[in-house]
Design a protein around this ligand. Sequence first.
Ligand code: KG4
Ligand code: ZN
Length: 338
Amino acid sequence: MAGLILAIETSCDDTCAAVLDGPRILANLISSQHAAHARFGGVVPEVASRHHLELTTPLVEAALAEAGVELGEIEAVAATAGPGLIGALLVGISTAKAIAAARRLPLIPVNHLQGHVAANFLEPEPLEPPFLCLVASGGHTLLAGVRDHEGHEVLGQTLDDAAGEAFDKSARLLGLGFPGGPALEKCAAAGDPEAFEMPVAMARDPGLDFSFSGLKTALVYRCRELGPEVVAERQADLAASFQAAVVGQLIAKLKRALKKGEWEAVALGGGVAANGPLRDAVARLCEERGVRLKLVPRELCTDNAAMIGSAARFARRLAYPEYLGFDAFATGETAAAA
Ligand code: KG4
Ligand code: ZN
């Protein structure tokens, strides 16, 4: 399972390339396209694909240079196969295929969500399964039961918006820019989380599913009631109250999942896992429950290629030329998540 892996991640608006030696990161580069999308207030798929086309090859070269590794030393090439924006994914998968095929190397297609889980397998202090992992990103929110390195079981997931999507949409509503999560967290730091009552959806629901669209709508109505001047004045209080409701729901479900005492360790993944108040609340919960908590650094929560390389270590390798017809997928189940 050892060996040098080159990994590529292009599922959304970040172009990412990494080189891994087993669980050790030798290089992990990200070229963010946030500036290119900011004026549209969200990710424009076609713009993302075009940027990936320009950035992927130079970023792979830069990652190899930073790792001090020649292409000839790479043992396998990994890339995110889905879920994500199909055009963006195709750039990463095609680049990986081309690099692998030229050297007759294996290709390792990786499920993006398993990538977020697998960030926890990286050094230092890799987390060994079993553990419960809360994955909250711009496109997904789920509780994953991780019993081995190869995949995860979805124990509960959002029925509508993802937590990150709710952050992004609410940040836009409050005039906080893009990407919304970090901007909203920053603004909320100066606000009172109890200033406005916001609904914590699904808290009494016996299952482990989430829902964030009601919260977003509640914020829309609250802003309408207050009017633009008051919204601008109370921006920090509104942001803090919204953030507290998101964190409240995530914690309520995590608590419920821990109730039976089945899990002895908890981990987080996905961009929302970079959120300070969420990290603090999960730490408090784990301490209360006597459960071990693994928190990867913030830069390994948001999209990156090291997590894809990490998942690739345990994923199925496709031999040359088996993968030449392999396609990326925008949505749906994969072997890694099954
Ligand atoms: O995992 P990720 O980088 O990309 C996807 O797979 O979607 O997650 C991006 C999401 C965005 O919605 C972003 O606003 C959110 O994660 N995010 C945050 C924070 N940093 C990123 N949300 C709340 N607080 C943060 N600090
Ligand atoms: Zn992601």
